[in-house]
Design a protein around this ligand. Sequence first.
Ligand code: SF4
Length: 510
Amino acid sequence: MKFTVIVFGCQMNYSDTARIKAVLMHCGWSYVEMIDEADVVIFDTCSVRQKSEDKVTGKLMNLDPSKKVWITGCMIQHNLRNMVIKRKTQKKSIKGLMGVGNFVGTVETIAPDVIGLTNLEIEERRPKPSMESNVVYINHAFNPMFHTLHTTYPHVELFFRIDDTGFLPLMMQRIGYDVHFDGELTNEYTAIIPSSTSMHAATSQISAFIPISTGCSQFCAFCIVPYARGVEKYLDVDQIVAEAKHHIDHGIQEITLLGQIVNKHPRFVEICQRILDLPGSLQWLRYTSPYPTFYDRWLLDLHASDPRMCPHIHMPLQSGSDRILKKMFRGYTSEQFREFVDQIRAIEASHGRKISITSDVIVGFCDETEEDFQQTLDLVEYARFDMIYIGKYSTRPGTYAARRYEDDVSQAVKDERRERLNIILKKISTDNNHGEIGKTKKVLITKKVRQWDSKAVGQYDYSGYTEDMKHITFHDQKNPSEGGILQVGQFVDVLVTGGESFMLRGEVVG
Ligand code: SF4
């Protein structure tokens, strides 16, 4: 059988998808890139925005109905969670819901024998029967969305929680596939070591994403992640290091550690240090996304002292107004954020390492006034972010904000604020990038790009990203021949010769 996976959303989903691939390949199935060639199409979904869920249904509508569809990821877990909340919220607070749904315990299924495993079967097949389980096993029968989609699209064959990826062979047998699984069944899907986890097929032999925690317990008012992914669970340090070693032994040179609040792992610095200490040719170690309140001196010291610890920190701000930050339940003030920016900038003064900072900002959150927004602009000017992912607030059903706040900032005001922020950001980015001219940076090539200059027909430019996560396009003057000699996935030193908003330009040196 041939399968393909359509991935929506963040790096965590790419990492999860790689684990799905590993399990299916152990079942003797072949992965194909093209949907046309696949017998089974798997959607690894995202539910951060309603738009992400709409994209899945859009894709389903256009898919050849002869192909079987499996759906996993945040979308199904979020919808499961919504149903649980709906049923329970009359009686209990959110805190009281921790024992149900995606979080812990075993879910009582409505009709466990429709498809999937009954609780008894799970108990019988659990690798360590004596072990206390904190994993929830669900099947289609429990998920109302499965019935809705399956009725409209009968080729939707399977819903499975990403946490249950290790049990996929059993589910496949259950729905009628002749499966011979040569791996080990596990109820810890994060223990499955994938062969490659990169977002870009082109750099999959060079870059890998490794999750070190799953879920989130911050419960920011606007965010669906804690409901879709459950509360935080930290992965075992030895397991994380073993996965990193596996990748490095197979030639991986860039590792990105993943977690919703990645630096909240109680042994985060130790994880970084142990990976940096592994023998091999690791060039770059990254992590995303950190949270300001969980930084400590040790982590900043590591950035200052080890050149393989990439000089880039993606630090979500969301708002520069203390009033709005409080409504969002972010747990820090604008002043604390400024102090944190100061600490990062101090590394340049003390160790000569300039750290690029990027961020996320939501404009038009419930009740955001012009004054609140102005405070965001002030903080953006102060922090001099190289890039901001700007989100216009929209209500996400199931979140605290959806239940308790009014989405009262008009679309016109949201658009206008986004535009004003974007103008400032472009200017800062241009200034920052002008400051990079004359520096030589190590670049990972992600693409060969045919030059658009008609006088240079047949010559190639390249594009890639730097250790501080800036996009760069560059030229190899010495080898301008057709096709170029540099390869995607190769590291190369590039002299920065130009800079504009969100982009550097350069020439290969050496
Ligand atoms: S920290 Fe907040 S925004 Fe980030 S995943 Fe957790 S709840 Fe969502």
